[in-house]
Design a protein around this ligand. Sequence first.
Ligand code: ARG
Length: 459
Amino acid sequence: MALWAGRFKKEINEDVNAFNSSISFDARMYKHDIMGSKAHAKMLCKQGIIDENNLNEILTGLDEILADLESGELLFDPNAEDIHMFIESELTKKYPISGKKLHTARSRNDQVALDLRLYTRDEIKEIRQMLIDIIEVIMDQASKHTETIMCGYTHLQRAQPITFGHHLMAYAQMFYRDITRLDDCFDRMNVSPLGSGALATTTYPIDRYYVAQQLDMKDICHNSLDGVSDRDYAIELANDLALIMTHLSRFSEEMILWCSWEYKYIELDDAYATGSSIMPQKKNPDIAELVRGKTARVIGDNNALLTMMKGLPLAYNKDMQEDKEALFDAIDTVKLCLPVFTDMLRTMKVYPKKMREFAAKGFINATDCADYLVKHGKAFRDAYKTVGQLVAYCIDHDEVLETLSLDVYKSYDETFEESVYEAISLDTCVKNRLVDGGPSPEAVKKSIQLMKDQLEVLK
Ligand code: ARG
């Protein structure tokens, strides 16, 4: 018999019960449901709505249920409507009189709104730590490669010389922003909807602030209709998670390119790559590809949440039960991807020689060659044109800027002197990019230190 069976003359149809039930996926919020119920019960007692004996039985019963669920002694009932009904009915089995009083001045609508906030709050803390871990691995790798010259690309065309450390640190910036986004989300999420009731609060003299305080929440939701039907925090989190995945996916794409024979900038550790069932020579970057692939589901989860909410009238509607699977999937996927990607990064081998070899072709010092003329009095547009002609000459004669004779240089512009060779050497080009946020070894070391300091503040 359902807890709400009073006005019904028939048992619920079995298929409808299964269709309606959310316990298969909301069971994971059992700890938070118990935590919320304990805070609610304490408040009911403080306000004189239930007595001390009721409170003690409720607290004892809930603690026992928690212990039994964790030890495996108590199993979730797949026929229960949801985790809230399941725990309440287990409590009532243990302490019939007190158990039946727990739901006074509460509805499942404010209960589930609270549970989901408490649950996601914990998940945010875990994901946040995973982001700190990946940034630390990136900083480690970047510190080893502050001097490793590679070519930077735009349009995937060789563009200007940078360092591998600089390239890696770009991702540290992205993941750092992801942490701050999660923190913002946490802050807005960390308010208590409990006391909103089904939609219109209650006539009992409850103390909503006391409940919020018990649960370490900074405030209460100040409109009961909004309290039970706001899922902004879930959407915001899903969006933050989709962004984390998008960052991981771009990184994956680069890793996949870099470990191809066409680049061979890096090699994955054998433990973090896979073979082929038919081609004996293959070593595939499956992890990176899967991360890139799984990004699609998290983006989908985010879309599902937005679409589910967009047409809902106030206040609670059952559609909102669909928030959980999408959000849980996004959380699970990020938690699955981040650590394995981090380890893949930690164990990869880097081939600086190969990076250097590529950097030597593709005229990535052409801008510096033009800048040389500018520093010797030419206007940038004229210098740009001259160097463009020099590059065309190189292509026709199978040369690079470094191998051209000074006579050829001078035939295009008399300003060129012997010093041009020093000015266009890749080492000089990189070393002289001393601007903050740039690729020079000095600037990269500085940015790593800055990131370390920023992380300390966040820890
Ligand atoms: N399982 C429901 C959910 O996840 C709990 C709230 C149910 N409320 C209700 N009035 N049926 O949304």
